[in-house]
Design a protein. Structure first.
Lengths: 507, 419
């Protein structure tokens, strides 16, 4: 693992007219422009609250009118947007069927679902996105790592860049392993490698005599089947994130997200906030990155298509290689029988089925909050804001008014994220850049639904690689721009700390 | 659409005391049908239990056929209750215990060699609890030396968060009575031999004692679960009380259940997906080849609720005031349209049933290139879609299409309603 050198500031100067953050638009949305009156209403309703003594209007409905009842069962994240019509629920249910669908090797009699691999991480979407919730690290040496994998890349140079995006950090796929490690394979092919994790416990002293213990992971590759990785290869462990509310995040106006950006920390609050900007395969232009742990994907559809190709080895209209992401060096994989059929438009999954999975993924609903009036929750919420957690975990937005997506149109939502990149310090760093995100930057993850993790997933493991075993541990891992907030949590009276966690659990 | 609340505009349409009383009666009639349907599900499950006990006590081809026949009968009332799932939170949270599908049957018992061993996909897909009295699950050693209802419900069901790890309910029992259907798109259902339950030297498939234990535990659990849901619908049951709490929400729940089951669940996930994928396993009752009946009685349940009628398994008819009466009072033409649409759907689902009972099983209809089979299934899909359009009209006519935001704030503070 090699750390990438710090941000190449000179890069922007080399390019003639690089894409700048302020130019970003929302080509994926059919927007009905806001009126001036609406803009004023939005500003009013998303203004930083000042009264912390009682629940705020609508904060129970984290996902606006799409919010669903908080079921106390593992199905809590698997419900369609509450404001969805019966007609569109058909698309949702068929999409669900495709999401849980097991892909099989080609050729098979079920031509609509063959084309698995040859190298893959999982045979279905659901296998990583367990119960539409978050994945977890292997639970022991015997456990498989299917809801987690390693991304891999090597540093590139400016000449490798094919797009003009200001501040884009050039990287290249590993020559032998591509951009992620597939740890499963069809018969006749070797899985690329196994991920090996070891943990070291680190004690943290807290106020009032309390302590916490963090587990610091180290990752390694074993059983490498396709030769050594490049000497400069950079690895990044990734847990499958929870699937709720994605269509709402996609519908936030890019301009409203960019309004929170402060790349040079002009307001001197210690928090920068930088947009990731990625080249959209679908729209062939630079777009705001919103999805993935480093905001490397601009839309739910592009993220889903990339996951089909990279995780399952299924070609699709956006990523047409039938071998998934096998490299040229993996000749047997490239030469294998693939599942592309004329009936699927020459792909292993066609545009129609990809759209159904996308629709499903956009409409997994956010559960309503629990206990918004509880005094401890209210106290915890006050601590959250007093500590400045909302500097990155921005509480609320209003989505665009949309022509074609009534579920997501003009909703007041409470995701507790700014969808921007922040330096989280060396402790959390993967040292692997992705688009404009540096090796220490991560996208602020949405906090809605995190209190339901145990109900849905039977565990409480958080952060990009599941290293935190509780919400408190997740807070204590914060460094970099959030170091001051972490230190404040360590120092605050234990009752307030407990209240803060209680607030997070109510989300 | 779901759990829609009354808007200010439609308060007027509920203002008449006479109509309000009718709404209460309609809700009561709906709850009575639910109660009768679950009571019948329980009674037929008890018959199934008796037959299963007899099969295990004295295995024979006749005893196995008798048990299978009891399972098929038990499905008739149960499928008619599926319409209560959507809109009734208590039912919705519960039903996964009794009717979850599809399932990785290798979790439960032996499977054909072509089924594949433990995979990345689901390392428990070939766990075969019947053959393994101890195993490791998510790093924990599990003692399965005694196969109990608690083991199935608390440990095995949805093991490791994988939905296909279905260890309980009708479909687990179905697999234990029929075995895998290895005929693909060809004719024939699962064909488990009765000797799988013979104790001693003539046991086939191995571990006949543990297989019998599993079957009895799953059946016992099914009965416990059905007893619980029957209680929820009796005079002071929680499901009935929740329904009656708010008349408008209650009426919305009735139509929501009809629409969601029709369109998304049945027409979409259970029917159209199978046609898209041409997969013989994409059918609801894949071991017994009873999918035509599952679809038929799901459809009948929707019609029951609208008309306020349910034919009990003993032949008596439960009937009472229905949502049809409410719709007719507001818009007689719509009531006629909706009745005709429901009837058309039953005709189309009846055709699937007719063809299946004459020998063209549902999984054969799904075969790629089988145009007649596709037309049969699509007939059902189109009927279900068409009736939902009228259900949506009924929602509007009864003034139930209000804002879907929960809580009263949205009405008190309209400036902050983002709609």
């Amino acid at each position: 693992m090699t750390a990438f050198p710090s941000r190449p500031l000179a890069l922007a100067l080399l390019l003639a007219s690089p894409a700048m953050a302020q130019d970003l638009t929302d080509p994926h949305l059919q927007v009905i422009p806001r009126t001036e009156a609406e803009t004023a209403r939005v500003a009013e309703v998303t203004a930083l609250p000042t009264d912390f003594s009682a629940a705020w209007p609508f904060e129970t409905n984290s996902g606006g009118a799409a919010t669903v009842r908080a079921r106390l069962t593992p199905d809590a994240f698997s419900q369609p947007s509450d404001n969805m019509s019966f007609e569109r629920e058909l698309q949702f249910r068929v999409g669900n069927g495709l999401f849980r669908r097991l892909w099989v090797s080609a050729p098979a009699s079920t031509i609509a679902s063959d084309g698995l691999g040859p190298l893959y991480n999982a045979r279905s979407c659901q296998r990583c996105h367990l119960k539409d919730g978050r994945g977890h690290p292997p639970e022991g040496p015997e456990d498989l790592a299917t809801s987690m994998f390693l991304r891999i890349s090597i540093p590139g140079s400016d000449t490798d860049l094919t797009h003009e995006i200001e501040g884009f950090l050039a990287t290249l796929p590993d020559p032998n392993y591509g951009t992620q490690i597939q740890d499963f394979s069809l018969p006749g092919h070797a899985p690329e490698a196994r991920m090996d994790i070891t943990y070291e416990e680190v004690e943290v002293a807290l106020s009032d005599g309390e302590t916490a213990s963090l587990r610091r992971p180290t990752y390694a590759l074993t059983d490498l089947a396709y030769g050594p990785p490049h000497p400069d290869a950079m690895l990044s462990p990734r847990i499958a994130p929870q699937m709720i509310g994605l269509g709402l995040l996609e519908a936030i106006p890019a301009a409203d997200i960019l309004a929170h950006a402060d790349p040079d920390d002009a307001d001197n609050d210690g928090i920068s906030g930088r947009p990731n900007i990625v080249w959209s395969v679908e729209y062939d232009l630079p777009m705001l990155g919103r999805f993935g742990l480093k905001a490397g994907a601009p839309t739910v559809r592009e993220q889903s298509a990339a996951a089909f190709a990279g995780d399952i080895g299924i070609s699709n209209p956006l990523f047409p290689g039938p071998w998934g992401e096998c490299t040229e060096a993996q000749a047997d994989c490239r030469a294998a029988t693939h599942g592309a059929d004329d009936e699927q438009g020459g792909f292993e999954i066609d545009a129609e089925a990809l759209d159904l999975v996308t629709f499903y993924s956009q409409n997994l609903a956010v559960p309503a909050r629990r206990g918004v009036d509880d005094p401890e929750v209210l106290r915890g919420r006050e601590m959250f804001f007093a500590t400045g957690c909302n500097g990155c975990h921005v509480p609320s937005f209003v989505t665009h008014r949309l022509e074609d997506r009534p579920e997501h149109s003009f909703q007041l939502i409470w995701p507790y994220t700014d969808l921007l990149l922040h330096d989280m310090g060396e402790g959390l760093a993967d040292n692997r850049p992705e688009a404009r995100a540096t090796g220490t930057e991560w996208r602020t993850p949405p906090l809605w639904g995190i209190g339901m993790t145990e109900t849905v997933s039977g565990h409480t493991q958080f952060l990009h690689d599941g290293r935190a075993r509780s919400l408190l541990e997740a807070v204590l891992w914060h460094g970099g721009e959030a170091e001051a907030q972490r230190d404040a949590v360590i120092a605050m009276p234990s009752d307030d700390r407990a209240a803060l966690i209680r607030f997070l659990e109510s989300l | 659409m779901k759990r829609a609340l009354l808007t200010t505009a439609c308060l007027t349409c509920m203002a008449s005391p006479a109509l309000s009383q009718t709404a209460a009666e309609v809700l009561d009639g709906y709850a009575d049908i639910a109660q009768a349907g679950y009571e019948d599900s329980l009674a037929t499950a008890r018959t199934l239990q008796t037959r299963i006990d007899a099969l295990i006590a004295a295995p024979s081809p006749q005893a196995l056929i008798a048990a299978r026949s009891a399972w098929l009968s038990a499905r008739v009332p149960y499928q008619q209750t599926e319409v209560f799932r959507f809109g009734n939170a208590i039912v919705d949270d519960w039903e996964g215990r009794v009717n979850a599908w599809p399932l990785d049957e290798g979790l439960i018992d032996y499977v054909d060699g072509s089924y594949g061993g433990p995979s990345d996909e689901n390392e428990f897909a070939a766990l075969n609890v019947v053959a393994n009295p101890s195993f490791t699950l998510s790093g924990q050693a599990i003692d399965a030396s005694a196969i109990t209802p608690a083991l199935l419900q608390d440990t095995l069901h949805e093991a490791d968060g994988i939905e296909a790890n279905v260890a309980t309910g009708y479909h687990a029992i179905e697999f234990l009575l029929w075995g895998q259907d290895l005929n693909g798109h060809g004719p024939g259902a699962g064909d488990r031999p009765y000797t799988d339950y013979v104790q001693g030297a003539d046991c086939t498939g191995g571990n006949c004692d543990r297989r019998a234990e599993y079957l009895q535990a799953a059946t016992e659990l099914l009965i416990t679960d059905l007893e619980w849901i029957v209680d929820q619908w009796d005079a002071d049951g929680a499901a009935r009380a929740t329904l009656m709490e708010d008349e408008t929400a209650g009426l919305a729940a009735i139509l929501t259940g009809m629409g969601s089951l029709s369109y998304g669940e049945q027409a979409g996930e259970r029917m159209r997906l199978g046609l898209m994928l041409n997969d013989p396993e994409e059918e609801h009752d894949c071991f017994s080849d009873n999918t035509h009946n599952s679809h038929y009685y799901d459809g009948l349940g929707i019609q029951n609720v609208y008309l306020g009628e349910y034919l009990r398994v003993d032949g008596t008819l439960v009937s009472g005031p229905s949502i049809s009466d409410l719709v007719a009072a507001s818009d007689a033409g719509l009531d006629t349209d909706l009745r005709i649409a429901l009837s058309d759907t039953m005709h189309a689902l009846g055709r699937i049933k007719t063809a299946a009972e004459a020998g063209l099983a549902y999984d054969q209809m799904l075969e790629r290139g089988n145009a007649d089979g596709e037309a049969l299934v699509m007939g059902g899909v189109e009927g279900l879609i068409a009736q939902t359009r009228h259900i949506e009209r009924a929602v509007a006519v009864l003034g139930l299409d209000g804002v879907a935001i929960e809580g009263s704030d949205s009405l008190d503070n309209p400036t902050a309603v983002f709609q």
